[in-house]
Design a protein around this ligand. Sequence first.
Ligand SMILES: Nc1ncnc2c1ncn2[C@@H]1O[C@H](COP(=O)(O)OP(=O)(O)OP(=O)(O)O)[C@@H](O)[C@H]1O
Length: 310
Amino acid sequence: MAGEYMDFEAQITQMKKIKERMDRIRRKILVMSGKGGVGKTTVTVNLANALVDAGRKVGVLDTDLHGPNVAKMFGVEGRLMETEDGTSLFPVEPRPGLKVVSLSFALSDSDAPVVWRGPMKLAAIKQFLADVEWGNLDYLLIDTPPGTGDEPLAVIQNLPGLTGSIIVTTAQAVAVADSRKSVTFSRRLGVPILGVVENMSGLRCPHCSHEIPIFGIGGGKLMAQDMSVPFLGRVPIEVELREAEDAGTSWVSEPAAGPSAVALREIASYIDALEDDYLEMIEAEAKKVKAEADEADKRTQEENRNGGYA
Ligand SMILES: Nc1ncnc2c1ncn2[C@@H]1O[C@H](COP(=O)(O)OP(=O)(O)OP(=O)(O)O)[C@@H](O)[C@H]1O
């Protein structure tokens, strides 16, 4: 499948299939981070569980082939199930209302590192967008590897009606610097930014309740303000959250769960309460910003062709 040559007609058929599938999903959200290990998958998995708790139908697509943790954090073993005619792939369902697919389900050996070039990843992402039988969903959350590489680009360029991106960072200066690139990347490609989450934002000492700023506190919020994007909230470090992820249980669903669950539930409620009018407005704004950037690029190319003269 991945990397196979596809003629023009087959590509058009695939694009139509993707559109049909995506039209049945109300909101499609890309979860990104500039830096690795800042908690993108944690945010994806917990937002998904919180939205399911609120009665929403949610799908999660894990496009991270090199560190696919989504299925593990939902406590499921992933395996690709096809219809008999091979035209559709079925997601796994860790709990009612939640469907999960990882690109890694297509790999036979989970211990083997993946050596796929960009075009193979692009082909695989397109195939998953076209073939996964999500049915009707309220949300599709798409987890991507860190950075602004092939996977987020493939999703943005091939998923019609992408609602927006959520950018996850820690408050640490290096993570913030990288997450600024994710903001610029989203803007340059015309993707509305729903907001920034500052994860691992302080650890409350269990003995004295003092907040220890392991990766700093506040850097993500400052970045969001500086780049004029919404700030969605701070999620503190919590041992129980990490333990729940290792056990594949839903931390946000625990009524007595601590401050990280409270913060993640609040972010999920905020996202769920976003009005369609607001989303249309930020989509129009994002398209305008992209059109202006395209125009500026065109002028620069023109100038370069004319030896630096307009
Ligand atoms: N708020 C938190 N409290 C405790 N542990 C956390 C928190 N956020 C993330 N973790 C843990 O930190 C590790 C990295 O998180 P996660 O896998 O979500 O990051 P990521 O950005 O998706 O990583 P990658 O770059 O590999 O895709 C995981 O072991 C996760 O359980």
